[in-house]
Design a protein around this ligand. Structure first.
Ligand code: SME
Length: 151
């Protein structure tokens, strides 16, 4: 079984929900060799807020819709696959080592709940296979977006 299927199968077996599930997802993404920073942003109104993540601390804990790669994904309602971030003029730098970035929206129907954002130190690290894999993960996150009600 390939690494993507192994991760998705493991997550399907998990009983976690909400933020705990998103943390589990990020931990598993961090095991992939070219995934150097893995995080989730939640969309609240006109801004994205950093949620679960694994990797270096970032200044970008709140990103306005339309700003950077993350905000552009929401503004255009489109996933973003960036081979070389140095080619962008609207890029918000998290780490100077980052070369490639992928953002996949998390949606419930037409409503954008947030996004998965991955940075890589390797240019061209992400392609359509990564996008499809992350779309499957984002669908699982959307289904389990809210945590369990407290007993
Ligand atoms: N590079 C992103 C900001 C988030 S960090 O990568 C964690 C952007 O341009 O929106």
């Amino acid at each position: 079984m390939d690494q993507f299927s192994e991760i998705l199968d493991g997550l399907a077996d998990s009983s976690l929900r909400g933020r705990e599930f998103r943390e589990e997802c990020m931990q598993r993404l961090d095991t992939l060799p070219t995934y150097d920073w893995s995080g989730v942003y939640r969309l609240e109104g006109q801004a994205l807020f950093l949620d679960a993540y694994v990797g270096a601390q970032t200044d970008h804990t709140r990103i306005l819709v339309g700003r950077g790669v993350c905000g552009t994904a929401v503004a255009e309602n489109e996933n973003q696959v960036i081979e070389d971030v140095s080619m962008l003029d609207n890029y918000l730098t998290c780490s100077l080592a980052t070369k490639a970035e992928i953002v996949v929206l998390i949606k419930s129907g037409e409503t954008i709940l947030g996004q998965i954002d991955i940075d890589s130190h390797q240019a061209g690290a992400f392609n359509q296979d990564d996008e499809q894999f992350l779309e499957k993960m984002s669908a699982m996150m959307a289904e389990r977006w809210m945590g369990s009600p407290k007993p």
